[in-house]
Write a protein that binds this ligand. Structure first.
Ligand code: AP5
Length: 215
């Protein structure tokens, strides 16, 4: 199974990709996670990407394409993969097609998750993460426990992603509208696009995606 999970910042691409990765026993490949890890580890890639992530703008296509090409050469992708946050521009989508063609492969489906912008802002601006295990909390929907201890790992430190500030979320959204939204037409034309309502509870969205993929 070779899938793309697609949608605006905060629709739940990461959340749903992780569930699908478990379901199908294939890796979730999140370009955002790869960049954040590289920034934390102060690698060359991290140095190139940091400024873009801090400002909420897209990392240049050539950097992203090179990185994904390397990742798709790894053994664990042979059975399939779930791309989360990639492609985000038409040149990235074309680059992906070319990469897959070169290895005699192609995408199975592109799943678009839809959520109104107002809800997205609430999810991102109020998101907090456990520093130890990455468990996600939300000041409105899923507050950090009163005792300040993570329910998953007992960690005691929580942080706000630097690009989840109101100002940067606004920028990430406008980047999506300008550069990424046109991909919907691209994948509709390729007859690969499926759409789900991402406002429902996480488990229901997951069921809807699985049903669509079966259909
Ligand atoms: P990236 O890390 O990909 O961030 P994003 O797509 O902007 O958004 P998120 O990862 O925050 O949201 P998501 O849709 O995965 O939702 P999530 O499951 O986390 O990219 C970061 C940056 O890296 C970019 O701005 C860019 O600079 C750079 N970058 C990355 N890829 C690039 C590329 N291909 N090209 C160029 N630059 C690139 O959920 C969000 C929150 O909502 C969570 O708290 C979650 O618990 C909650 N939630 C999820 N589902 C539900 C639900 N159904 N109901 C209620 N809450 C829910």
């Amino acid at each position: 199974m070779k899938l793309i999970l697609f949608g605006a910042p905060g629709v739940g691409k990461g959340t749903q990709s992780k569930l699908l990765a478990q379901e199908f026993s294939i890796p979730q490949i999140s370009t955002g996670d790869i960049f954040r890890r590289a920034i934390e580890n102060k690698t060359e890639l991290g140095k190139q990407a940091k400024d873009f992530l801090d400002k909420g703008i897209l990392v240049p296509d050539l950097v992203v394409l090179g990185m994904v090409k390397e990742r798709l050469k790894e053994e664990d992708t042979k059975k399939g993969f779930i791309l989360d946050g990639f492609p985000r521009t038409i040149p990235q989508a074309e680059g992906l097609e070319k990469m897959l063609m070169e290895i005699g492969s192609r995408l199975d489906k592109v799943v678009e998750i839809r959520v109104p912008t107002e809800e997205l802002n609430k999810r991102l601006v109020n998101r907090r993460l456990c520093r130890t295990c990455g468990e996600e909390y939300n000041l409105i929907y899923k507050p950090i426990p009163e005792n300040g201890i993570c329910v998953k790992c007992s960690g005691k430190e929580f942080y706000h992603r630097s690009d989840d500030s109101e100002e940067v979320v606004f920028k990430r959204n406008s980047e999506y509208e300008k550069n990424t939204f046109p991909l919907i037409e691209f994948y509709k034309n390729n007859k690969l696009l499926l759409s789900v309502d991402g406002v429902k509870p996480i488990e229901e969205v997951n069921k809807d995606i699985l049903n669509l993929l079966k259909g």
